[in-house]
Design a protein around this ligand. Structure first.
Ligand code: NDP
Ligand code: 8X3
Length: 251
């Protein structure tokens, strides 16, 4: 039987590349995001390779999340792989100057949104006593860096929830693990700096950052492991990066 994967944040960056990588394997895909035109474009691109269903919802809206997942047609209803990827940083400010709207966005999307989606998908996984959840955390969930405060807190929460899910879902045989990337060149910094692409570009210049395809290959490896193998917690950085604050740049 073919696998069915639900990927949040499939309209950009890491999530979109995971969708492309999974489509190459013929995995049925439920692609989620808020930008419908991007969902449509990805559906058109990947439909020759696999069956696609798109869901447009904001992970912050608990009602929207459960309605969207409840609305899945029977062919897509038995989700075997959940990729909790939707998320972003908003702002990079010291704690005394942070914008509380940015704080709300990061905690609502990266933490509560992940919880809402997981809760909705787990109903089926628990009933079927199986499934595989991959939480996209971050090196920001392993160490705190200057001005990363609330983003780092949100990703530390993902790290804690990854452990909590593994503990609570152990009795159902559901695999839970996280992939925690360092610097990956996506729209992440453009979102963080609110559309200032010149500033965003400086994050990825002077060295070779990870590409979203690198993360997609790793996530594909994680889901391809035999059923008795669970990659519980994986950290991946560009070779040029040693920690959140140490990056060897040649210019
Ligand atoms: P992108 O900005 O390229 O992609 C973010 C994705 O999240 C988009 O598809 C976006 O879709 C979705 N998203 C954001 N907010 C919401 C929302 N409220 N409801 C539903 N979907 C939402 O960034 P990345 O691909 O880099 O980020 C993906 C994940 O990887 C995030 O969790 C991020 O924290 C993590 N990460 C990124 C790293 C990096 O350096 N890039 C490193 C470590 C972790 P849409 O706007 O269409 O809703
Ligand atoms: C994204 C990596 O270092 O920009 O999670 O926080 S970092």
């Amino acid at each position: 039987m073919s696998e069915t994967a639900l990927i949040t944040g499939a309209t950009s960056g890491i999530g979109r590349e995971i969708a492309r990588r999974f489509a190459d394997e013929g995995i049925l895909l439920i692609l989620c995001g808020r930008r419908q035109e991007r969902l449509d474009a990805l559906e058109a691109e990947l439909s020759p390779k696999t069956r696609i269903h798109t869901l447009n919802f904001d992970v912050r809206n608990r009602e929207e999340v459960s309605q969207a997942i409840d609305s899945l047609p029977p062919e897509f209803a038995d989700i075997s792989i959940l990729i909790n990827n939707a998320g972003n940083a908003h702002g990079l400010d010291p704690i005394d100057k942070g914008n509380p709207d940015d704080w709300d966005a990061m905690l609502d999307i990266n933490v509560k949104g992940l919880l809402y989606v997981t809760r909705a998908v787990l109903t089926g996984m628990v009933k079927r006593a199986g499934g595989h959840i991959i939480n996209i955390g971050s090196t920001a969930g392993k160490e705190v860096y200057p001005m990363g405060n609330v983003y780092c807190a949100s990703k530390h929460a993902v790290d804690a929830l990854n452990q909590a899910m593994r503990i609570d879902l152990n009795k159902y045989g559901i695999r839970v693990g996280s992939v925690n990337p360092g610097l990956v060149e996506t729209e992440f910094s453009e979102v963080r700096f609110k559309g200032d692409s010149a500033r965003a570009d400086t994050v990825y210049t002077g060295y070779q950052p990870l590409k979203p395809e690198d993360i997609a290959d790793i996530v594909h490896f994680v889901v391809s492991c035999p059923p008795h193998v669970n990659i519980a917690d994986l950290v991946v950085m560009p070779t040029a990066q040693a920690s959140s604050t140490i990056v060897k740049k040649d210019r």
